[in-house]
Ligand binder design. Structure first.
Ligand code: G3P
Ligand code: CA
Length: 325
């Protein structure tokens, strides 16, 4: 099979699909991302009461589904503490896959993406199996391998309620012959996965805070501590890449203007780690001050720096800059 875009850096990871154009984490969003030339599609994974992996950014689904309009599920509305945050709403672990399949997706940020409102009420919530099937089918149909870049969401929490994500994830990928990266903001589940699979793993790193599993294990280290030479060396023992908040590569000042780049890409490469950066979006709301109205400029800055991959809500824009600018 031809590899038109795959492995030609930087890879373009369609963040929640082509989520600027379609409702995030729907098959329509992933399919459009593939058609727009993305190298990988990125499902965030949570799990249902009966152990089925589905694509949602959170296990609390009131912001991205129409569950609030389903009176039959009103009794399931509740409050929980998830990763040290109080959340009120409906949780995937309280619904079966059959129940989840009666819901449809809705736009998370309607004020910024009114173009997606026309799709509300149409698209169901996809299972991870359906996403894999789509990637395999599209790879065959268009003659290039589409990668899949799943993220384990809230892994310690799901472990704590006896619905661990990892074994089901590996089982789902067992016979998949497509490029894969598995990502997590936590450390211990990636270490566990590294003992069970040769698939490449990505340590996600935010610009503030600490991995939730560090918090519950009284480990005082935070994300910043993972980025010094010792921390990167430790990550390289179980992962192949870091997936970083792009502010860690090119910070912004108090006005939102880009500052000088850090040495993180150089340091990570020295530790034999690829660097994938998130999240690139077209809207001025998200862009640095110096790139307002010009998202291409932001990609150019990061591509010039040598980033190995970008997560984008608009993968066509990332591809256009990669190929032509
Ligand atoms: O997975 C990395 C990137 O997606 C940023 O995280 O919060 O959008 O899942 P999030
Ligand atoms: Ca993600």
């Amino acid at each position: 099979m031809t590899q038109t875009f795959i492995n030609k850096p930087p890879i373009i990871i369609a963040h929640r699909g082509a989520s600027g154009y379609r409702l995030e984490h729907t098959l329509a969003s992933y399919e459009l991302a593939i058609d727009l030339g993305a190298d990988y599609i990125e499902p965030d994974l949570v799990i249902t009461k009966d152990g089925v992996l589905i694509a949602r950014h959170e296990n609390e689904i009131s912001a991205t589904t129409d569950i609030a309009n389903h009176p039959e599920f009103a009794h399931l509305k509740t409050t929980k503490i998830i990763d040290n945050e109080i959340k009120t709403g409906w949780f995937t672990e309280d619904l079966t896959i059959a129940e989840i399949k009666t819901l449809t997706a809705k736009e998370r940020i309607p004020q910024l993406r009114p173009q997606n409102l026309v799709y509300e009420g149409i698209f169901p919530i996809p299972t991870f199996t359906e996403i894999i099937d789509l990637a395999q089918h599209k790879s065959q149909a268009i003659g290039r391998n589409i990668g899949i870049y799943p993220e384990t969401k809230h892994p310690s929490y799901f472990q704590s309620i006896s619905l661990p994500l990892e074994d089901t994830l590996l089982l789902s990928l067992q016979t998949v012959n497509l490029p894969i990266f598995i990502q997590s903001f936590e450390v211990s589940n990636l270490k566990g996965l590294s003992r069970k699979t040769d698939l490449p793993l990505v340590q996600l790193i935010n610009d503030t805070g600490q991995p939730y599993d560090f918090m519950i294990n009284n480990n005082p280290r935070n994300y910043a501590d993972l980025l010094n030479q010792k921390g990167l060396k430790e990550i390289a023992e179980y992962a192949q890449a870091i997936g970083v908040n792009k502010n860690l590569l090119i910070p912004r000042d108090n006005h939102g203007q880009l500052l000088s780049p850090t040495s993180l890409i150089i340091d990570a490469h020295a530790a034999n780690l690829q660097v994938h950066a998130w999240t690139f979006r077209n809207e001025d709301f998200f862009l640095p001050l110096d790139c307002q109205g010009n998202p291409e400029q932001e990609y150019q800055s990061f591509f010039k720096l040598g980033v190995d991959g970008v997560f984008s809500d608009y993968p066509d824009k990332a591809l256009k800059v990669k190929l032509y600018e």
